[in-house]
Design a protein around this ligand. Structure first.
Ligand code: ADP
Length: 615
């Protein structure tokens, strides 16, 4: 409804001088006019402040201008923007606007500890507006705040928090340094709306700062990485490459920016790149790496290993990032390794061929050498016995030498064949039930003639009631004969040799004791090694091959027994070995495992320990 004012005409001596409206109407109209003006001012302030930031949100000038607008609108003496740092523990007055003639306080309001203002900060953290009509009448818990504000000459104030999410980021404070009194509803409103606009601006500014920092960090990592890094778009056109990648590719940054990844590849590899890019785009991110043979600018090639992933900008796929490593050396080493492996395989083939030649030779040797040896021995023995007619004493002596040497030759051939058979696992091994009394007697009889030659007395002590053993009798006899043979060989004429067998717990213990030259401590383990002889070289005074003890040891180990020696230099030696009473299973298989020539060092060592331990 239209409001018509109550107008009275003013007359002077019948003349119309003017019209007079009543006072009540004027006040009403003034108020209405003021309200319109205020509302226009309010809208103007808001639109100026927001447009400032739309146009230039990052500029301090925009903040200063906003404070100016707020101050002008509210009639405040000063407007301050405070920001918190150090996780909300320290505040600084970063921006300030002062009415003409009002002194600035900004320089006094830097690095203030938030802890000193618990009442003030508590309210702001709760998101409350602080409205103080009279600074001199602040509550007692705000004692410090009151003093501080007093020093700044503040009489009344209005403050509003700036929050990012739940976190207090700072606040805006309107001061009146002239009078105390209430701040108006419009002042509240303008402070609140402007604080929200400024709060949003600051939040954006903070986020952009963080983004810039993370971009800078990424750039630093990209540039300084020890791995090659590059980025290309989904067509393969290079966008960027770091110094390591550039060095690997052999191009400068400018040159690479006009290149496509495929131009570094030979034809055949190009489909691999598209396959990889498509895989990445279809989210089949290849977790592994791909190897490429890259063509560098100077025409040389480099082998690289590349791991790719999609990178995003603003939430959208931006390109493909590759981590590239030079594996040329690694590749070369693999190639070399393969070459060596091939050479070793070839050598193994050759060795096998040689082995088979050796095997054939030994086969041939065993037959072709031993057969005539047997007939030679037979005929010599027959002549010696006089079966082919009378012979003279000199002829007999000569034939005895022939027979001795034929025997030695036969033993040598047999030892070599045995050692080879042990090594190759080809030795036939036939366990049988064995009467030990009988076996020992036979050995004593066999060895008697050799002992007699040196007038050595053989003492055989076989304890009665020894159990029968399930052993390869021929092989165990071979061991005993070798031990007795050695005892005779290394004993002086006219001495004694004791041969003994007795039961010891679950084993039968065999002993061959002589009182000959003995073996020094440091040689006692070595004598069980193939071809080892204490007295070796051209000066040696005893015959033999150095194979006997090595063969003996393997035969005993195959029977699950132990063999060792106790000896003192000049005091004689006692060789001992054990055989288990319980029959040994899979003897032949065990036998195949022995490594007579110590080709497998580790096993050789184990067996060495075995002997030392027991010995
Ligand atoms: P060979 O007797 O054919 O030389 P062996 O393997 O039987 O081979 O013996 C190896 C070495 O051990 C002998 O050459 C000798 O030096 C030493 N040896 C063996 N038995 C005795 C012993 N009873 N007394 C002293 N030395 C011995």
């Amino acid at each position: 409804m239209k409001d018509t004012p109550n107008i009275v005409e003013i007359l002077w001596e019948e003349e119309k001088l003017g019209k007079l409206a009543s006072m009540g109407d004027i006040v009403k109209r003034k108020k209405a006019e003021q309200a319109i003006k205020h509302s226009l001012g309010f809208e103007k302030t808001i639109s100026v402040v927001s447009s400032l930031f739309i146009l230039n949100y990052n500029n301090d000038a925009a903040l200063n201008r906003s404070l100016d607008e707020m101050g002008s609108f509210t009639g405040a003496s000063r407007v301050h923007l405070f920001l918190l740092r150090g996780n909300g523990t320290i505040m600084d007055n970063t921006h300030e606007w002062c009415k003409e003639g009002v002194s600035s306080q900004k320089h006094n309001l830097q690095s203030i500890s938030a802890e000193m203002l618990p009442w003030w900060m508590g309210k702001l953290r709760n998101g409350e507006t602080i409205h103080i009509e009279d600074v001199s009448k602040m509550p007692s818990e705000a004692n410090f705040e009151e003093k501080m504000l007093g020093v700044q000459g503040v009489r009344s104030l209005l403050a509003f928090p700036l929050k990012i999410g739940e976190k207090l980021n700072g606040f805006i404070r309107l001061d009146n340094v002239f009078t105390t009194g209430k701040w108006s509803y419009e002042d509240f409103a303008i402070l609140r709306v402007c604080s929200e606009i400024i709060g949003n601006v600051l939040e954006r500014r903070q986020m952009e700062g963080a983004l810039r920092e993370s971009e800078e960090r990424y750039r630093a990592i990209f540039e300084q990485s020890l791995d090659g890094l590059y980025v290309h778009d989904f067509e393969g056109n290079f966008i960027d490459a770091n110094p390591v990648a550039l060095k690997m590719f052999g191009y400068t940054k400018e040159e690479i920016s006009s290149l496509n990844f495929s131009s570094l590849l030979d034809e055949g590899q190009i489909p691999m790149v598209w396959g990889a890019i498509n895989g990445l785009l279809m989210n089949e991110a290849d977790k592994g790496t791909t190897e490429y043979h890259l063509k560098r600018m100077d025409g040389t090639y480099v082998w690289v290993e590349i791991k790719t992933s999609v990178i995003y900008r603003g939430g959208k796929p931006y390109g493909v990032q590759g981590i590239v490593r030079d594996i040329t050396k690694h590749k070369w080493m693999i190639e070399e390794y393969k070459k060596y492996q091939w050479e070793i395989e070839q050598q193994n083939i050759k060795l096998k061929e040689l082995d088979s030649i050796k095997s054939n030779f030994l086969n041939m040797a065993s037959h072709e050498l031993r057969t005539p040896m047997c007939s030679m021995k037979g005929y010599v023995q027959m002549v010696l016995k006089g079966s082919l007619g009378e012979i003279t004493k000199e002829q007999k002596k000569g034939l005895e030498v022939v027979l001795r040497n034929t025997n030695r030759l036969d033993t040598l051939i047999q030892d070599i064949i045995d050692a080879y058979q042990l090594e190759s696992g080809a030795m036939k091994f036939i366990p049988e039930k064995t009467d030990l009394q009988k076996m020992m007697k036979e050995i004593a009889e066999t060895m008697k003639s050799s002992a007699d030659l040196k007038e050595i007395k053989l003492n055989t002590d076989i304890i009665e009631g020894l159990p029968d053993l399930f052993i390869d009798q021929k092989r165990i006899k071979q061991v005993l004969i070798n031990l007795v043979n050695n005892a005779i060989k290394f004993s002086p004429d006219g001495s004694t040799i004791n041969i003994q067998a007795k039961k010891e717990q679950s084993d039968v213990l065999f002993e061959v004791q002589d009182f000959g030259q003995g073996i020094s401590k440091d040689k006692q383990n070595m004598i069980f090694e193939t071809f080892y002889q204490v007295d070796s070289g051209m000066k040696r005074s005893f015959g033999g091959t150095g194979l006997g003890l090595s063969i003996s040891k393997d035969i005993i180990l195959a029977h699950d027994g132990r063999i060792w020696v106790e000896s003192t230099c000049g005091g004689g030696s006692t060789f001992r070995f054990t055989l288990p009473i319980k029959p040994v299973k899979d003897v032949e298989d065990r036998f195949k495992e022995v490594d007579v020539f110590r080709l497998e060092t580790e096993r050789g060592t184990k067996r060495e320990e075995h002997v030392i331990q027991r010995g």
